[in-house]
Design a binder for this molecule. Structure first.
Ligand code: XMP
Length: 522
């Protein structure tokens, strides 16, 4: 396996993802992992991630001395990215200092005239100049002992270094992000070319490993409760859990009154009949809508919904404790982008929205979290779903946020407004399937705006709600673009909504990208 030592970069999991894309097994470790922990695995190579710190700051994280000994003794190839390269400089006698300018964005890396006496092994097959994504303040001022300079940019003299003897490489840029077009080749040169890592890992290995781990964690008598919404994440998580511990997994669908049209019925049927999961529906629509009465502020809505979910869970968990004698764990289908956007993670990533399914449960609940998908991106979860044999419509379903239509009915959420939105949303989804574009879009939904507009229907004046359609394309939901919807499809959707949904007389199309907008309106 490739061991990735995580120094807290936003991109550490992206490195893992790129390695998995080569069908190579990898694991993320803390940057302070001990020699003995690494030694327990068969490590083919080590990658040091980027991080928000400066290597010379007091208290900044460093690789354990024992790990350096292990690398030396076993001659394990090592690749430092950004902070990872600065760590190499710090340990092997180079000098890192703040650059005159922070470098952020695309930069041209040049190897011109640099590798006359030796080739740069991680740049094998690359052109002399290529574009890479930079994001750093510090830079290398003196090269560490035994290393050679292999690349530079306009702003930084040494952005790539190599020591063929000790098999160590460092780059200042980020080959793991999609803005670095040659990035996958660089990583492959290291992981496969240099480290010779076996390319035999498949998604089902992830499933099997998780199942084994869960059996160990939960033990022979433990019980697990899990919320299932019917989306691909919670479905995959539930199928995995069901495979791991069978009837000791208790799946609950919480109907918060803000689900899509007929959603609870459809999800119950699908999970029970197709996936063999004994899903139980807790109808809490009145409780949720009651608490949302009069609330218009988005974060407050999320907090209320998050809190009420926990309340309902508590009731369900208590039931399990009464029947089975115990309930120890909570299963959540949290994905990596949820984690990174919700938690201010060692500094660099700010909290954008409090995604309700990430973060703290009250300690009194004494449920330990199990999050099998925490390291995966959406498309990886889909591959995993297919590998597990989950039906295609479930695997390809667009994501649906935990707070549901409550964050798409802007302003106050009422039963009546939710019903109006459900109808519009249902028409939208039907037509995307009819026009065979559902799978081209990452997420599509309708939003009910808190404004009314004047219209004319028949001979009469109408004064009704405005609805906006939001369709986005993205691979990881961290950035997104609006979907270029064909005009005839727009026309069909708009005509149908205005004609069929009472209460809406105008339809708009949202053409914002993320950033600066987010996918959801609230
Ligand atoms: P944003 O609006 O943050 O959305 O750009 C990115 C993705 O996250 C989903 N989302 C949520 N999912 N609970 C969830 O489970 C939430 O509170 C939540 N908020 C946003 C959103 O639908 C999109 O897929």
């Amino acid at each position: 396996q490739i061991a990735i030592l995580d120094f807290g970069s936003q991109y550490s999991h992206l490195i893992a993802r790129r390695v998995r894309e080569m069908n190579v097994y990898c694991e993320l470790y803390s940057c302070k992992v001990s020699r003995s922990e690494l030694e327990a695995h068969s490590i083919t190579g080590i990658i040091l991630s980027g991080g928000p710190n400066s290597v010379y700051d007091e208290g900044s994280p460093h690789v354990d001395a024992g790990v350096w000994d292990l690398v030396k003794e076993r001659s394990i190839p090592l690749f430092g990215i950004c902070y990872g390269m600065q760590e190499l400089a710090h340990v092997f006698g180079g000098r890192v200092a703040p650059g005159q300018e922070r470098e952020y964005g695309k930069a041209t890396v040049s190897q011109k005239g640099l590798n006359n006496d030796e080739e740069c092994a991680i740049f094998k097959g690359l052109p002399e100049e290529f574009i890479m994504w930079m994001s750093h303040g510090d830079k290398l001022h003196e090269i560490p002992t035994g290393f050679k300079k292999m690349g530079s940019t306009k702003n930084a003299d040494m952005v790539a270094i190599q020591n063929l003897e000790t098999k160590m490489w460092g780059v200042q840029f980020h080959p793991e992000v999609t803005h670095s077009p040659e990035g996958p080749n660089i990583l492959k040169n290291f992981v496969v070319g240099i480290c010779n890592s076996p390319q035999n890992w498949v998604m089902t290995d992830y499933a099997n490993e998780f199942i084994e781990q869960v059996r160990e964690t939960v033990g022979p008598d433990g019980h697990v409760i899990g919320a299932v919404s019917g989306g691909v994440d919670s479905t995959v998580a539930a199928v995995l859990m069901n495979k791991a511990i069978g009837h000791r997994f208790h799946a609950v669908l919480v109907d918060n009154g803000c689900l899509r049209k007929d959603e609870a019925t459809k999800v119950l049927k699908r999970l029970r009949e197709d996936c063999g999961i004994d899903l139980h529906c807790h109808d809490a629509a009145d409780l949720f809508l009651g608490k949302l009465k009069g609330i218009t502020e988005p974060e407050q809505k999320r907090k209320i919904i998050g809190g009420t979910f926990i309340e309902v869970f508590q009731i369900e968990a208590d039931k399990i404790i009464k029947d089975a004698g115990r309930c120890d764990f909570l299963l959540q289908g949290t994905l990596y982008p949820d984690v990174i956007e919700s938690i201010s993670y060692k500094g660099p990533s700010a909290c954008i929205k409090t995604h309700h399914n990430v973060g703290g449960l009250p300690a009194s609940m004494k449920l330990k979290l199990i999050e099998p998908l925490r390291e995966l991106f959406k498309d990886e979860v889909r591959s995993l779903g297919m590998a597990l044999g989950i039906d295609e419509p479930s695997v390809w379903r667009h994501p649906f946020p935990g707070p549901g239509l409550a964050i798409r009915v802007l302003g106050e959420v009422t039963d009546e407004r939710v019903k109006i939105l459900q109808e519009a949303d249902d028409i939208l989804i039907q037509e995307l399937w009819n026009f065979n574009v559902y799978r081209d879009i990452a997420q599509a939904f309708a939003v009910l705006l808190p404004v009314k507009s004047v219209g004319v229907m028949g001979d009469g004046r109408t004064y009704e709600n405005v609805c906006s359609i939001r369709c986005v394309t993205t691979t990881d939901f961290m950035t997104a673009e609006f979907y270029r919807m064909p005009y005839d499809l727009m026309e069909t959707i708009s005509n149908r909504i205005i004609n069929e949904v009472r209460g809406i007389n105008r339809v708009c199309y949202d053409i914002s990208s993320k950033p600066p907008a987010t996918v959801e309106w609230e």
